[in-house]
Design a protein around this ligand. Structure first.
Ligand SMILES: CC(C)(COP(=O)(O)OP(=O)(O)OC[C@H]1O[C@@H](n2cnc3c(N)ncnc32)[C@H](O)[C@@H]1OP(=O)(O)O)[C@@H](O)C(=O)NCCC(=O)NCCS
Length: 169
């Protein structure tokens, strides 16, 4: 596997739509049902262009150089308000075939480095309580449990609670 970790760019839009399709059908741990996401290529291009020019959104991708697929992503977003600009909310998703190979760890470390260089002092995320693999990774990276949101997510199989986890850097 020849994987490149880099910042996302506008020209990733089509590959990103393909990644969303894969993630939404492969895992219930992301927030969209399969086919629920309606982003067009133009919307995706504009979202990525906005992210490229903003210092409040940062997206890193795993690019499989041999197949041109995006294998995964990690994104952080923060407010532009002075009072909570220090706090970055992050989300990550990796295609099933690429999980368990330390890419999640690598992506999150990359986002953390960016955060340290951009005056972020708090990283936070929410994770379904049954997502043991993700929770193990976050704990290894130093994230702590802050609380649990009851019935935060509604899957076809029923409600699921979500933990809030955060790391001060
Ligand atoms: C959750 C997810 C992002 C994790 O990414 P991943 O690439 O599968 O995870 P990694 O291979 O980096 O980590 C796997 C293990 O190695 C550990 N690890 C990896 N690199 C490491 C390193 N350099 N040092 C120490 N530990 C490391 C991780 O903590 C984890 O530990 P475990 O064996 O106890 O599970 C990925 O599985 C995924 O996208 N899943 C589907 C969607 C999802 O759940 N997204 C998160 C929503 S909150």
């Amino acid at each position: 596997m020849n994987i490149n970790v880099r910042a996302a760019k506008e020209s990733d839009a089509a590959a990103f739509l393909d990644l969303w399709d894969a993630l939404d059908s492969e895992t219930e741990f992301m927030l969209y049902e399969p086919d629920e996401r309606q982003a067009s290529l133009e919307t995706q291009q504009s979202n990525l262009a906005n992210a490229e020019s903003s210092d409040n959104v940062q997206i890193f991708v795993l690019e499989d150089v041999d197949t041109d697929l995006l294998a995964g992503f990690c994104a952080g977003r923060r407010s532009s308000n002075l009072r909570d600009k220090h706090s970055l909310h992050m989300v990550a998703g990796i295609r099933q075939a690429y999980t368990g190979k330390t890419w999640g760890y690598t992506l999150l470390k990359e986002l953390e480095s960016w955060a340290r260089e951009n005056d972020v002092s708090r990283l936070e995320l929410s994770v379904m309580v049954n997502n043991t693999k993700a929770i193990a990774l976050y704990e290894k990276l130093g994230y702590k449990f802050e609380g649990t949101k009851i019935n935060a997510v509604k899957l076809k199989s029923g409600f699921v609670d979500e933990h809030i986890m955060a790391k001060l850097i």
